[in-house]
Design a protein around this ligand. Structure first.
Ligand SMILES: *[C@@H]1O[C@H](CO)[C@@H](O)[C@H](O)[C@H]1NC(C)=O
Ligand SMILES: *[C@@H]1O[C@H](CO)[C@@H](O)[C@H](O)[C@H]1NC(C)=O
Length: 262
């Protein structure tokens, strides 16, 4: 009992003036997390509000680094939603039903990893995140990506778009992603990979596609490094042929196309 009281006194002392600077009012008072159902750790830098029944983002503040608000009922993100979280690096918005995402809600100069899986998205909301290197928008209803949708995300290294409704590789949207290393397009409706499907992506080494229905044109395979042993889709035998296509059987492994840097 006495020990518990002593501990309580210590934590009160720690939460005294100064310590809470930059935190939201509730946290600054040392009393609770920003919203009911959330748990906070590491001095309020990590907040998890997973499946907490939230209808909106909890109050954000500048010392927040990791925020998980997945599995809630967040349907709208207002303008400048992330502005108060100037140090936010990881944001998990998965499994919300995002219906209204305003043009400046996903703007952040700090966010490095963003998850928007299972959000019912038919369009990728505009993202302006110069530090973003990991973006996951899996299990949505994207049928395409508009040309400029990722042009403000030039640091992107990993892009996961599996299980959407894409009928072709979103070539124009990918064109600015010169640092992209891994692209997952599996589980879409892409049935053909041609020489022009992929823009020049100098850093790309892993491309995942669903092999069952895919027709790969020999030229594009060669661009991906198919002339080397172990290239894409079991292609063997040189890259001289122009415009030849091969249907890839179910047994073939096209889903991990490795492009080697020479
Ligand atoms: C979301 O709202 C619906 C009804 O409005 C409710 O049934 C459901 O439990 C809510 N989900 C969460 C995760 O709070
Ligand atoms: C994001 O949230 C989803 C749903 O709760 C969860 O499955 C996933 O593991 C989370 N991702 C990370 C990196 O925490």
């Amino acid at each position: 009992m006495a020990a518990a009281l002593a501990l309580a006194l210590v934590s009160l002392a720690l939460a005294g003036p100064g310590v809470g600077a930059g935190l939201g009012p509730e946290l600054a008072a040392g009393l609770s997390c920003p919203a009911a159902g959330c748990t906070c750790s590491e001095g309020g830098t990590r907040v998890s509000c997973r499946a907490a029944g939230l209808g909106a983002l909890p109050p954000l503040y500048d010392r927040l680094v990791v925020l998980d608000v997945s599995g809630n009922n967040i349907s709208a993100l207002p303008n400048d939603a992330l502005l108060p979280a100037a140090g936010l690096r990881d944001l998990n918005l998965s499994a919300n039903l995002l219906e209204v995402v305003s043009a400046t809600s996903l703007v952040s100069s700090s966010v490095a990893r963003l998850w928007l899986d299972r959000c019912g998205l038919a369009r990728l909301p505009p993202l302006s995140m110069p530090r973003l290197h990991h973006l996951s928008v899996e299990d949505n209803f994207l049928s395409g990506l508009s040309k400029g949708s990722l042009s403000e995300c030039r640091s992107l290294r990993v892009l996961r778009l599996s299980r959407n409704k894409l009928s072709e590789v979103p070539t124009a949207a990918l064109a600015t992603l010169t640092r992209l290393q891994a692209l997952n397009l599996a589980g879409n409706l892409i049935s053909e990979l041609t020489a022009t499907s992929l823009p020049e992506l100098p850093s790309l080494h892993t491309l995942q596609l669903s092999p069952e229905t895919l027709v790969v044109h020999r030229q594009s395979v060669c661009r991906l490094g198919g002339e080397e042993e172990g290239g894409v889709g079991g292609f063997r035998g040189g890259c001289e042929g122009e415009g030849e296509a091969a249907a890839v059987g179910e047994g073939d492994q096209v889903d991990d196309a490795r492009r080697r840097s020479e």
